[in-house]
Design a protein around this ligand. Structure first.
Ligand SMILES: [Zn+2]
Length: 475
């Protein structure tokens, strides 16, 4: 499908607001998100049935021309078929927005496309399986791309097609003011239910004035940031940003809530393993678990947003490490704390926020020994265990916190590059610093797009960065 390209100098980003819909509106939201699920499942069944039927016919020796007609899975093909059959398979279709059916068909088209591309080897990343049926208990979501989509001037309501005016739980001022000033255009709106709370996320093209906002004080030129578990991040200035570890904080409550749910009548009979109708009390208990998880998620996201916004606004150049989190997750002792801190968020957030505020992000090579190098005399230690919290240099006698030492090394990388040769990314110490690739509009790296970060020397850096296939080494 053709991807939307925002005008020059504009970025695509999301504005998300919690909603306070009335009971009637909740029914409308559920009806439309349910329709999206229904059409997804129905057409998925049809695609796989046609596929199986054709395979069977071919095995009987039926001629190619006489086979059951193929069901294509491009969005126009799916839509055409759906419009022909909807009056029989979904006689209630007129009660829902056409956007609801479009949501389901577009998602199905993308899912089948991903599966096909993955099988053909045309898609990066993990192998994608054949799409599965969406369950009723799954996340409810529907996306509106046309029709009356807007935020009201009172800052407290959003308007969506077929659903009408819905009260928001929080102020929509930030978006409404931009729309009024003509520096924002709403492209689409997605309503989603998370742990019983409905959210409306607007996809917006925004004309940002790139640069440091007037209210943000200037803190310095270059900052090296070391993301970790003990602290969310350690800056080369010596500042240690505390890690709220929200999952760890909620573990007791979660255990309690899950034990309570386990004592109630759930969807399976533990004695026979048979399916059964879960009790209302079980559903309430499940809801409590979901709310705890939603809080954990919100606390984590907030800490990262506060830190990364501050960094992107107050520093001109930010240097981070390319973390191999997936590799570190294989360490079972670290896995839970790692997910709780989510250190890769640092780079993901800075990737687009540096574009918003006119700063530059540098990502140090994954194999650069930032922790093992002495920030004073550049001696590299052969070994540094994770238990050693202090860095002691045997050569020059430097002694400081290991994370501050690492952050200082990261900051020094860019000073080195900028001073020495503004065209060469290779520093004298065998580390490669490359500017971060910006996320594309609506791309997989995030819904947000950013202005391209000005590269130092793209061609040369890509050549040097192509050797990333070594195994993860202990730093
Ligand atoms: Zn030293």
């Amino acid at each position: 499908m053709k991807r939307y390209e925002p005008p020059e100098g504009w970025v695509v980003q999301a504005y998300r607001f919690a909603l306070d819909p009335s009971d009637v509106q909740v029914l409308g939201l559920r009806r439309n998100s349910g329709a999206a699920r229904f059409v997804y499942n129905y057409m998925l069944g049809r695609v796989s049935a046609v596929k199986a039927q054709r395979a069977a016919e071919a095995s009987y020796g039926v001629a190619e021309a006489d086979l059951t007609p193929w069901q294509g899975w491009s969005l126009p093909e799916l839509r055409r078929t759906w419009n022909e059959i909807k009056q029989w398979v979904a006689p209630w279709w007129a009660q829902c927005s056409k956007e609801a059916f479009n949501t389901g068909l577009a998602n199905l088209s993308a899912a089948l496309g991903n599966w096909h591309a993955s099988r053909a080897g045309a898609r990066k990343g993990r192998r994608m399986g054949f799409p599965r049926v969406k369950k009723k208990q799954g996340r409810r979501s529907v996306r509106f791309t046309t029709g009356a989509i807007r935020v009201e001037a009172d800052y407290r309501h959003v308007v969506l097609p077929r659903l009408g005016r819905i009260r928001t739980h929080e102020s929509t001022r930030k978006l409404a003011r931009r729309v009024r000033a003509g520096t924002a255009t709403i492209l689409s709106a997605t309503v989603t239910e998370t742990a019983g709370r409905w959210f409306c996320s607007f996809q917006v093209a925004v004309g940002r004035t790139v640069g440091r906002p007037a209210h943000a004080p200037k803190a310095g030129l270059v900052v090296g940031v070391d993301a970790g578990i003990r602290h969310l991040a350690v800056l080369c200035t010596g500042e240690m940003v505390p890690n709220p570890a929200p999952l760890k904080a909620a573990l007791n409550k979660l255990g309690k809530a899950q034990r309570r749910a386990a004592r109630r009548v759930g969807p399976y009979d533990p004695a026979t393993g048979r399916k059964q109708a879960p009790s209302h009390r079980w559903q309430r208990a499940q809801h409590a678990v979901a709310r705890l998880h939603a809080t954990v998620c919100a606390v984590r996201a907030d800490s990262w947003h506060q830190l990364t916004t501050r960094l992107a606004q107050q520093f001109t150049t930010i240097v981070v490490e390319d973390l191999h989190v997936a590799g570190m997750m294989r360490n079972r002792k670290l896995a839970r704390s790692l997910t709780d801190a989510a250190p890769a968020t640092l780079r993901r957030h800075l990737g687009y926020k540096t574009g918003w505020y006119g700063s530059t992000l540098y990502v140090a090579d994954r194999w650069y020994p930032s922790s093992k190098t002495c920030s004073a005399c550049q001696t590299v230690k052969p070994k540094l265990s994770l238990a050693e919290r202090m860095f002691h240099c045997t050569m020059c006698g430097l002694s400081l916190d290991r994370d501050v030492n690492a952050a200082r090394n990261l900051a020094a990388l860019v000073r080195h590059v900028d001073l020495e040769l503004p065209g060469d990314a290779k520093t004298g110490r065998g580390a490669y610093v490359r500017p971060a690739r910006p996320a594309s509009a609506g791309g997989a790296a995030g819904r947000e797009a950013s202005r391209p970060v000005q590269p130092v020397n793209v061609a040369r850096q890509q050549a040097t960065a192509n050797h990333e296939s070594r195994l993860l080494t202990e730093r």
